[in-house]
Design a protein. Structure first.
Length: 198
């Protein structure tokens, strides 16, 4: 038996009838994938490529240590990741496609994003790195959008309020002001005056 979910939100029982609207809205799948602004042919091609999944079992609890290779299929100036070969902490190589991002654990996506940030992909071709980063970015963006919509429908308050982000602080009052200086790379010299010279 599983327990029912409990939300400690005041008046959630009153909100339940309003969660489902009687007005029908068209669901824009392109917006959820992050390709709404693309051209018609690009959208068609991308949708056909995203639906392709790898036949291998990609489920693993092991961390991703590195991306070994990426093969890209390009059309309409967009590169779709055909195969991604990663090395996990069990020293095994795993192969999957861009369509398998949905099946990966979020920690695996985080591991791949960390590899990008730490500049550990320079053994790949430059355009492959760009396509890999774009695929990860588009997936994380669609994932965040889906979660925000779900939270908004459930009435979670964190997305109903404006974020309280403070401006970055450039000066710190606790640190005393220091005079800037330029280091001299010439070694110090001592010049002796010859007093015997007339």
């Amino acid at each position: 038996k599983t327990k029912a979910a409990r939300y400690e939100i005041k008046g959630i029982e009153d909100m339940v009838p309003t969660l489902q609207s009687t007005i029908k809205h068209a669901y824009n799948k392109d917006a959820s994938m992050g390709i709404k602004h693309w051209g018609k042919r690009c959208k068609l091609w991308y949708r056909s490529q995203v639906s392709k999944f790898s036949k291998q079992n990609i489920y693993s609890t092991k961390a991703i240590l590195g991306v070994k290779s990426v093969s890209v299929k390009k059309l309409h100036e967009y590169g779709h990741l055909e195969n991604i070969m990663v090395k996990r902490s069990d020293q095994q190589l795993y192969k999957f496609k861009e369509g398998n991002f949905v099946d990966l654990h979020l920690n695996n996506i985080k591991d791949m994003l960390l590899l990008v940030v730490q500049h550990k992909l320079f053994h790949l071709d430059g355009s492959d790195i760009v396509n890999f980063i774009m695929a990860l970015r588009m997936y994380t963006r669609s994932l965040i959008l889906k979660r925000r919509v779900e939270d908004l429908q459930l009435g979670v308050e964190s997305y109903q309020k404006k974020l309280n982000i403070t401006k970055a602080q450039k000066t710190f009052l606790e640190i005393e002001f220091k005079e800037p200086y330029t280091p001299s790379y010439d070694p110090p010299k001592i010049i002796y005056e010859d007093l015997d010279v007339e």
